[in-house]
Write a protein that binds this ligand. Structure first.
Ligand code: URA
Length: 239
């Protein structure tokens, strides 16, 4: 048994505080009976109605997905392209934490826990995201320094980014490298390299905080282990 407002918050229809207001206002029914007391408890199997509509309580779930390129991270695509949510075959409806571009592959955390997602995405927490990148041209040391200082592109000011494991393909004039960023602005990696005169030819996210793609093939996902979820919480809260 759990407090009714907590269960309602788990359905995603209202925050816990809003759920308390709804209960007090007599807008919540449990098994057909209006419940107005804030201390009331209920369980997942009870039939809960909010504002006359049945709601479904979902357990919080957390997955790590290896997104293949050629999938979009949103569900409302005007071109009807394949979406990452279609790769997750679970009872619960999950959404990605942040976005990867259609042509970017790699690690996406998928969850139905909005608070957790917001925490991870908040720029204040500076969670590291590491990408494996192939760019056109040979990256100059100077450009790495610029990235490390924090690049400004037009109106956009990007936080410092670390470049490592740089490998040059002198014949084809390409560079392979890892870049670590702590924010997740739209087209961040592509925009920064473009500003430095390089085209991003391949982009794959290989790490999100403490979570890596280890053990996953493209298109596969797995549940995060409780200690992995806890570590992400701790990373965000600097513990
Ligand atoms: N930066 C980009 O430019 N694209 C992504 O998909 C992720 C980071």
């Amino acid at each position: 048994m759990e407090r009714l407002q907590k269960l309602i918050a788990k359905t995603g229809v209202a925050s816990r505080r809003k759920a308390e207001e709804l209960i007090l206002a007599g807008k919540v029914k449990v098994n057909g009976v209006v419940v107005k007391e804030l201390g009331s408890k209920a369980q997942i199997t009870d039939e809960i109605e909010v504002n006359g509509k049945k709601v479904l309580v979902q357990e919080r779930v957390y997955f790590v997905l290896y997104k293949p390129s050629g999938f979009i991270s949103t569900t409302d695509d005007q071109f009807n392209r394949d979406a990452v949510v279609d790769l997750i075959h679970e009872q619960e409806t999950v959404f990605p934490v942040g976005r990867l571009d259609y042509d970017t592959s790699g690690l996406l955390i998928m969850t139905n826990d909005g608070d957790f997602a917001n925490m991870l995405m908040h720029p204040r927490y500076k969670i590291e995201k590491e990408y494996y990148v192939k760019i056109s041209g040979l990256l100059r040391k100077e450009s790495s320094y610029k990235l490390a200082k924090g690049l400004t592109v037009g109106e956009e000011k990007y936080q410092p980014a670390k470049v490592k494991d740089v490998k040059y393909d002198d014949k084809k004039e390409n560079t392979y490298l890892h870049i670590i960023i702590t924010e997740g602005k739209y087209h961040e990696v592509k925009n920064m390299f473009q500003a430095l005169g390089h085209e991003v030819l391949k982009l794959k996210r290989i790490r999100y905080g403490s979570i890596t793609l280890d053990g996953l093939f493209e298109g596969q996902y797995r549940a995060l282990k409780p200690h992995e979820i806890k570590t992400l919480y701790n990373l965000a809260n600097n513990k």
